[in-house]
Write a protein that binds this ligand. Structure first.
Ligand code: SF4
Length: 340
């Protein structure tokens, strides 16, 4: 197992509101390993975008980071001055947002925007040649350099934003629902392109999405968020194998019931026809989340302890953790709490 390039420990993010603090990200720990694609998945409003944006400190008021650390190559981004974090953005870690049209300046041609981005980070020599190489890198024709953003398709704009994010060779790329607004064909083309670039350049990706099948196809590891917390995390194969009797941990219910519901709520194209199971209820309000396990009002397996005691993330299998009172590993398998 390689060392993490990004190591998030006990990160909490609150929003200040007239009704008080809303704990949108609550004590989240997450590792991103070199060169991997790590998927962060959950329903709308679970805190996944807030988490991703807080890593690079691009969240403005009313959001505040109320605790925790984000270590990138041995340095805590949460303790850096505004000047220091500016040196990290784009150079060591970059972010791609969902709406490329909002990320681009509507009154500047693409070449000017690429050149601006390079010069803002101290690149002075050959910037126009570098802009040409950047559009080549994401397989765009060079004519896009003289176009305004509104003259490009959604897929082309998203490629421009990816080219910009990779301009200075970051080690970490945060992608917040980067293809949600695109049709599935363009989505697949862009993710294939990203995969090729990642293999060439060696950066790691934190991919944020509500689309679990996409995550199963594209990621090496997945973390599932529910109501501001990570409730399960592990290699993609262990999510696929969670319900299989051949899996060594299947007898202990490897997966968290919420993650299992997410998995079973999508139809499979390669297996027997089954009826997708809907999950009853709605995600809880983060103003006053339920005590104990936050999923307990919706959980078909709820037990008395679930209503009073918050389950901790504990080891369920090789490199796999889940937070559920039900998913107890066998005694001989020595459950281990997540390292703090
Ligand atoms: Fe369900 Fe209890 Fe597990 Fe929460 S801790 S997911 S309520 S069984």
């Amino acid at each position: 197992m390689s060392d993490p390039v990004l190591d998030v420990k006990h990160l909490s993010v609150d929003y200040v509101s007239a009704k008080g603090l809303v704990h949108v990200v609550d004590d989240v720990s997450l590792e991103l390993r070199r060169g991997e694609v790590h998927g962060l998945v959950g329903e709308s409003g679970c805190g996944k975008s807030t988490l991703a944006r807080s890593l690079l400190r691009v969240l403005g008021p009313p959001a505040i980071v109320s605790g925790g650390s984000v270590m990138l190559e041995g340095k805590d981004l949460m303790k850096m001055s505004a000047h220091e974090i500016d040196q990290v953005r784009w150079v060591r870690m970059a972010i791609v947002f969902q709406g490329a049209i909002d990320a681009l300046n509507p009154v500047l041609r693409i070449q000017e925007q690429l050149v601006d981005a390079l010069m803002a980070h101290g690149v002075r020599d050959g910037v126009e040649d570098r802009a040409k190489k950047l559009v080549d890198r994401v397989s765009l024709p060079r004519r896009v350099l003289t176009a305004f953003p509104h003259e490009l398709s959604g897929g082309m704009r998203q490629r421009v934003v990816i080219a910009m994010a990779l301009a200075l060779g970051p080690q970490v790329l945060l992608m917040d629902e980067p293809t949600t607004a695109l049709d599935v064909v363009v989505q697949a083309e862009i993710l294939d392109e990203l995969d090729r670039l990642r293999k060439d350049m060696g950066f790691a990706v934190l991919l944020v999405s509500h689309d679990l099948p996409l995550m199963l196809e594209r990621c090496d590891r997945i973390s599932v968020m529910y109501a501001g917390r990570i409730i399960e995390s592990g290699p993609v194969a262990s999510f696929r194998d969670g319900g299989s009797s051949s899996h060594p941990y299947a007898k202990h219910l490897l997966g968290h019931p919420y993650a299992q519901h997410l998995l079973h709520s999508f139809p499979r194209l390669d297996g027997p026809r089954t009826i997708a199971r809907a999950l009853e209820g709605s995600p809880p309000s983060l103003f006053s989340p339920p005590p104990g396990c936050r999923f307990h009002p919706r959980c078909p397996m709820v037990m008395p302890i679930c209503k009073v005691e918050q389950p901790k993330l504990t080891q369920r299998g090789v490199d796999h953790v889940a937070a559920c009172h039900l998913a107890q590993p066998a005694a001989e398998e020595s459950p281990a709490a997540l390292p703090s």
